[in-house]
Design a protein. Structure first.
Length: 371
């Protein structure tokens, strides 16, 4: 009996491997291997993988080029030098953290990526220009490190409100873009701005602070002077001819006001910092147009680990064989005198049950937490 059980177990494993083996396309788990393997907390990565929301493709982008482009989308180019430098550090550190801590995202072709090109992470658009002031801020702070707890951390940020004071909305985990401009106008350096919004941060190798822009003095009233009397012509002389008035220029309508310039807003929709991803996350397939992966977020919010989108075939077959043996033992104890099905019928029944169980286990959790 035990010999037949072992033979049946091996047959189950072989049949499962044949039925469940992928027939087309790359395996997302295998293709996702390179993501999350970068480890340096002191040297920025050379490249970053960006998911293009419109096409579903994954672009591998030079990391410094990426940071300059994102800063040009997220901050306002006319803001103070120290505001732009603080933004450059926030953009760089946020992206660097995602390279170090892969969240499991893969596109439909099975290619892993580190960040979305949208406000799910940071706005990246290579079709739009990188501004000189932004590039200068990134270059000036490229050797600057912002660490907390001894390593790179997720520097979340948001637009805030136009005209808000420096540090007005500081909550300990987010930088507010309008507030950084107020800080820059108040003479704060980029390192000081980061310390305001990210308590406990250690900024090293920061560039010398730029001179804040001069404050324009308010106009003062000029002293009152006694008017000089106008001389009058002597009696009997003709009055001087009136001067010819200058021609009136043609009316030129004023140009329409320029649209208001607003910062990008960073990671939109967050009310609290998301938990860090697990060390070895299960692959989460993202389709074209998606800006978030609701199943993983819902599972984390509900206190359940996200279920794997795919399972290693060898482990699954081994698990199936072990489960078959346990069920066979339970059936033998429950009905020792009952007629046993043939090994072929038992294999078919159990194989069908396992396929149904596996299909149900891969269904995503339903939740309204997706953005």
């Amino acid at each position: 009996m035990h010999r037949h059980r072992r033979v049946a177990s091996v047959l189950v494993a072989i049949l499962l491997a044949a039925v469940l083996a992928p027939t087309a396309g790359p395996d997302p788990a295998a293709a996702a291997g390179p993501c999350g393997t970068y480890r340096s907390e002191t040297v920025p990565p050379a490249t970053i993988r960006v998911f293009r929301t419109a096409s579903g493709a994954v672009d591998t982008v030079d990391f410094r080029t990426y940071v300059k482009n994102v800063l040009s989308r997220e901050w306002i180019s006319s803001w103070t030098t120290e505001s732009l430098r603080s933004g450059a550090l926030a953009v760089k550190s946020y992206a660097w953290y995602q390279v170090l801590h892969w969240r499991g995202y893969v596109n439909a072709a099975g290619h892993c990526f580190d960040v979305f090109d949208s406000t799910r992470d940071q706005h990246y658009d290579p079709g739009r220009p990188t501004y000189p002031s932004m590039a200068a801020a990134v270059d000036a702070t490229w050797g600057t490190l912002a660490h907390r707890g001894g390593g790179i951390f997720a520097t979340y940020y948001n637009a805030g409100s136009a005209g808000e004071a420096c540090g007005a909305n500081a909550n300990g985990w987010q930088m507010f873009q309008w507030g950084t401009q107020a800080c820059g106008l108040a003479g704060r350096s980029a390192a000081q701005i980061l310390a305001i919004y990210y308590p406990g941060v250690t900024v090293s190798s920061a560039p010398a602070a730029a001179t804040p822009p001069p404050v324009t003095p308010a106009p003062t009233a000029s002293p009152t002077s006694t008017p000089t009397p106008t001389p009058t012509a002597p009696p009997g002389t003709a009055p001087p001819a009136a001067p010819t008035p200058p021609p009136t220029p043609a009316f030129t309508p004023a140009p329409p006001p320029a649209p208001p310039v607003t910062p990008g807003g960073g990671q939109v929709g967050l009310s609290a910092p998301p938990p860090p991803p697990p060390p070895n996350p299960a692959p989460i397939v993202v389709s074209v147009g998606e800006t978030t992966a609701a199943p993983a977020l819902a599972a984390t919010a509900a206190g359940r680990p996200p279920r794997a989108a795919t399972m290693d075939l060898a482990r699954f077959a081994s698990h199936a064989a072990l489960r078959f043996e346990r069920l066979a033992d339970e059936n033998a104890r429950a009905a020792p005198a009952a007629p046993r099905p043939t090994p072929r019928l038992a294999i078919r029944q159990f194989l069908l049950r396992l396929i149904v169980d596996r299909a149900l286990s891969t269904l995503p959790y339903r939740s309204g937490l997706g953005r």
